[in-house]
Design a binder for this molecule. Sequence first.
Ligand code: GDP
Length: 609
Amino acid sequence: RWTEALTRRDKDDLRCPVVCILGHVDTGKTKLLDKIRRTNVQDREAGGITQQIGATYIPADAIRDRTKRLQDTEPFDIKVPGLLVIDTPGHESFNNLRSRGSGLCDIGILVVDIMHGLEPQTIESLNLLKMRKTPFVVALNKVDRLYSWKEDPEAPIRDSFAQQNKDVKREFKERMDKANLTFAENGMNTALYYENPDVRSYLNVVPTSAHTGEGIPDMLQILCKLTQERMHEKLMYVDEVQCTVLEVKMVEGLGTTIDVILINGVLREGMTVVLTGLNGPVVTTIRALVTPQPMRELRVKSAYVHHKEIRAAQGIKIVAPNLETVIAGTQMYVQTPEDDLDELKDEVNTEMQDVLSRMDKSGEGVSVQASTLGSLEALLEFLKSPAVKIPVSHISIGPVNKRDVMSASVMHEHKLPEYATILAFDVPVTQEAQQMADELNVKIMTAEIIYHLFDQFTAYMQNIREEKKKNAADIAVFPCRLTILPNCIFNKKDPIVLGVEVAEGICKVGTPICIPSKDNITLGRIIGLEKDKKAVDTARRGESVAMKIQSTNPTEAARLYGRHFDHTDELVSLITRKSIDLVKEHFRDEMEKADWQLMVKLKKIFEIQ
Ligand code: GDP
């Protein structure tokens, strides 16, 4: 089918590139989008800018019009039919523009506030773009906030700069340098787009103001340039339908509908389509294809225009039966006369399997829940990354329900209470689920930013580790070998008090002590250490301390210095298999190589396997 599609494609028949805006909150994403969409409300229809479902179509004519001033100095041909800008900026829609792990967004705009530089969500967006290998342009927004900026509405950015005074130019340069530096720290080279030495190794930065519209002509031009020059192949129109579900929505009078972005091909009323549902593939028939009513037609009753057929690229609402369980962020397949329905269903299943395959196979790990397949995939990808490495045993889409809490609680049976945790990304938790979680001791962490979930879980794990360490401290025994100082015997019977030198290892309060040269007889536990008349917890190799040992059973209480042992006998800590394991698990950071070597010697003495 692909080869057939290939023969039908025409070199110059390009489809619209799909543009997605990302960035930290309050950097001006929405404002920038508004400005790109309608510089001038009156011109809106005249310029042919049309509101679609979930996206705005900016035709080449409108771009030509908006970049007129720039054309004088920078003439260029627009070859794409226009730009399709996704209307909801942010991760969610970017994540959902996906197909089998690759991105369907052709180019991204990463918005950075020039006054704030790179912020946490900027980095998160950066990582998402990198993960999906999506090319992008940086909008260094809010340049109008530079002190004493002189505005020239809608101007190309170099025209604006030419009019600024020395101080503005200096401040800009300082902030630009700083942004370059932080991008470099995050593994990206950046350059002002008109000074870019090599677009293959440097990201383009376009200074913009969403308030004055300055730099927006530059942004539009560079989006066209980059896509038509560098993605020609990818943008060639093909007949094969490529369509992704952005949202599933209830609409009064229409029932459950899906908002899709049609990237390639043609959709018609009456077509049979296959979608991914929560409980398996959904086969249905397109009842209606609608887009919003143009602004000037607001008199008409219906909010929508119906289409018999629609060609890519477009944002469309689809009305069809049985859409209730459809998962956002999945592909929609169309059945052509050559297609076998079962094969299409298999394809749908493969997509789900692809995502499932990112889970931990051993079945040990946290539960992960997200609102759409796109965000679930992004979250799984993130949890799997080498810097994070949180194992996942269970995934689910939609609100956190009792059923999800039940499956997370299974980790208690596996003796892995820390994994009895649900990381819920951008989904609500039902009241019953929360109640049940409290009863079953399942922790639910919610967040709208992936990083926040990670931070919460890491802090939680840290806590658990500290807690375990505290519990283990009583049983974990550090290796030590002590020689008795003959002139420092302060009490010969229980509790024995004597001066010792730490010959090897680490000596701690709480350590059980025994005498290898006397058949491993035990003396009790160290209950106090003093160095230079001050109480200490720990003494290390080479240190001399006074030590108080108290018996823990009657035989130990009978041991007398001078009768059962004397200064010629060495004392060592009494270790066990369990105590070694605990040191390994919790106190690795306190042990040095020589300490482990002593541990091995002691293991031999006590014949521990
Ligand atoms: P979003 O959260 O990224 O979508 O940010 P918004 O578009 O909602 O903008 C956040 C705030 O910054 C709003 O108060 C905007 O008016 C303001 N803002 C956005 N862009 C600019 C700009 O270019 N210049 C100035 N001065 N303010 C801006």
